[in-house]
Design a protein around this ligand. Structure first.
Ligand SMILES: [Zn+2]
Length: 154
């Protein structure tokens, strides 16, 4: 993926931060569908299904929602279908409770395997506030920081 860094509307960033705080100490996840014509970008807040997969099959899904996220089937389909439509997803976001906004090995593995042409926003969510967020973009087989957003006190 190349080109300019997608702008995130301030109200979307505020909603993402609220989502991260609401699900703490679990990870939240969602995505932003791009703007097209007169249609503004749209934020889609998703449910983190990780705990459901973990409960059913803990061997395949050893981690809980405190350390991982997974979209449900419906959201995955909406995300996948968006790339054939007029408002393709531009950003996928998830939060990191307590551990900081870095792109983990598991984040890298999942993003490479999905292969979607999006940037990834990771939110640094602490117990009583959101400390900030970092936007990562694929470069070869790695993901590098392309933008950083300030946090806000909760
Ligand atoms: Zn992560």
């Amino acid at each position: 993926m190349s080109g300019s860094v997608p702008a995130i509307r301030p109200e979307h960033l505020a909603s993402i931060y609220r989502h991260a705080q609401a699900t703490f100490p679990k990870e939240c996840c969602g995505f932003i569908l791009g703007a097209s014509g007169d249609a503004p970008a749209q934020l889609v807040e998703c449910e983190n299904w990780q705990d459901k997969y973990h409960a059913v099959d803990p061997e395949t899904f050893p981690r809980t929602a405190e350390r991982a996220y997974m979209f449900g089937a419906k959201d995955t389909r909406r995300l996948a279908d968006s790339f054939d439509g007029e408002t393709p997803a531009t950003i996928i976001y998830h939060s990191h409770p307590r551990v900081g906004a870095y792109f983990s090995e598991e984040d890298t593995r999942a993003a490479l395997s999905a292969g979607w042409a999006v940037d990834y926003l990771v939110v640094d969510c602490q117990e009583d506030h959101v400390a900030g967020a970092v936007l990562f973009r694929r470069e070869g087989q790695a993901f590098v920081e392309v933008a950083r957003f300030p946090g806000e006190r909760g």
